[in-house]
Design a binder for this molecule. Structure first.
Ligand SMILES: Cc1ncc(COP(=O)(O)O)c(C=O)c1O
Length: 420
């Protein structure tokens, strides 16, 4: 039957563009022979299969781990996370106590909850340039406006530039619409860079002076995946410059444990913000997977978690080196490409020669696909793709195995060589 009676789509459905990430992931999973350096998967060889098996073998006989959990999440796990954040921050006690923590369905839900708790349609969110491209789906899906914060040539947020931006917004009467500023502070997606301690502190002063009602959202998804030493800068929770301001710190079990658990967390310093997110979360799922949380809790309680993350650091540090070395061996730098060696995370951020367009529709992208290698065009990581640099590429080295990494680099460099 031919359909004539289409429903009238909601604004949310209309705003939900086909997600770039979803289509890249589908391509990565379905196209035979394609080597994907696009989707941010982790390495199946180092997901915590043994730990999870052991955890499941120890499921409580009373069935409680397979029952509904509570909306904010398992109390013990929240305590563990609060204590762990304090320890990572070098703080004597948690600045964000356990009752501010919410376990979420992936940290993706944390992003969404923060945005929903704070923003109405037409409100403004500030982001780094570049930033994690999936947040645009979240923010634009909610009808928000996204503004890029000025950045330095070193890829850091420029506090003076942010002050000037906030002043300009005030003059234009738009400052009250600015609700959220989103930062990825450790081994960022896509750049692999971490926020400098001085910048983080300076930003506290900038917001205190210019926009104290704006909530900072600190995404620490990759914090655990440092290659040699933990990044020395604590989270916003432990910086005196941020005292008295509003912020939330969020994290994920995806990169440091298992993406399949779909487990993340968010902790706001304002109890009211935690409360608002919790009420919205109740509408969405009244609690994230209790079994996943139980497994994470077991991993901590059994002492398996920290050694496991330590092993991931070694694994991904080696992959980062291999990826970078393979690009170099295949002559990518001689073709005018450059990149910095990351100190953590799962990503390389390449710069092609200035005039080379790497966009999804570009000749280079077609050449790469013909070589059966996939990447994320860097322009997606900017709020305004029209104004974004066209010559950037995000490379995810998490999933492909050793020989495939080297082969993917070879194919990529071969595609690049056609445009030298
Ligand atoms: C910076 C950043 N934040 C959040 C997420 C969301 O991850 P998840 O929902 O798996 O926790 C990702 C995923 O790649 C990410 O890179």
């Amino acid at each position: 039957m031919k359909r004539t009676d289409w429903p009238e789509w909601s604004k949310a459905a209309l705003a939900a563009r086909e997600s770039v990430l979803a289509s890249l992931m589908t391509q990565a999973l379905t196209r035979p022979g394609l080597l994907s350096l696009a989707a941010g998967f982790t390495d199946n060889a180092v997901v915590p299969t043994e730990i999870v098996r052991e955890a499941v073998a120890h499921l409580p006989a009373d069935g409680s781990a397979l029952q509904y959990g509570s909306n904010p999440g398992r109390p013990k796990l929240r305590e563990i996370l609060a204590a762990r954040l304090a320890r990572q921050d070098g703080a004597a006690s948690p600045a964000l106590p356990a009752d501010r923590f919410l376990l979420t369905s992936g940290s993706q839900q944390a992003l969404y909850l923060a945005a929903q708790a704070l923003c109405d349609e037409g409100d403004i969110v500030l982001v780094e340039a570049p930033t994690y491209f999936v947040v645009f789906d979240v923010f634009y899906g909610l009808g928000l406006r996204v503004l890029e914060m000025p950045m330095t040539a070193q890829g850091q947020v420029d506090p003076e530039g942010v002050a000037a931006l906030l002043k300009r917004l005030e003059t234009e009467g738009e400052l009250p619409r600015v609700k959220l500023a989103y930062f990825i502070t450790y081994y960022s997606n896509p750049t692999g860079l971490s926020m400098d301690g001085a910048v983080k502190r300076a930003l506290g002063k900038v917001f205190a002076e210019n926009a104290p009602r704006v909530v900072a959202l600190e995404d620490t998804a990759y914090r655990d995946l440092y290659f040699t030493a933990p990044h020395p800068t604590p989270s916003l929770a432990a910086l005196p410059e941020w005292e008295g301001l509003s912020f939330a710190v969020m994290g994920s079990f995806s990169k440091c444990f298992s993406p399949g658990l779909r487990l993340g967390w968010i902790a706001a310093n304002l109890p009211e913000l935690s409360g608002a997110m919790l009420r919205i979360k109740a509408q969405q799922d009244f609690g994230s997977g209790n079994l996943s949380q139980w497994i994470a809790e077991y991993a901590f309680a059994s002492g398996a978690f920290e050694p496991f993350v330590a092993s991931l650091r070694i694994h991904y540090a080696a992959k980062a080196r291999l990826m970078s070395a393979s690009f170099a061996e295949n002559g990518l730098n001689k073709l005018g490409w450059s990149w910095e060696e990351p100190e953590g995370g799962l990503l390389l951020w390449l710069a092609a020669p200035k005039t080379l367009d790497t966009g999804l529709e570009s000749a280079f992208c077609r050449a790469a696909l013909e070589e059966n290698v996939l990447y994320v065009p860097g322009a997606f990581a900017y709020a305004d793709p029209e104004k974004a640099p066209k010559n950037r590429v995000r490379i995810a080295f998490g999933a492909p195995r050793g020989a495939d990494l080297a082969e993917a680099a070879r194919r990529f460099a071969k595609a690049a060589s056609q445009f030298a």
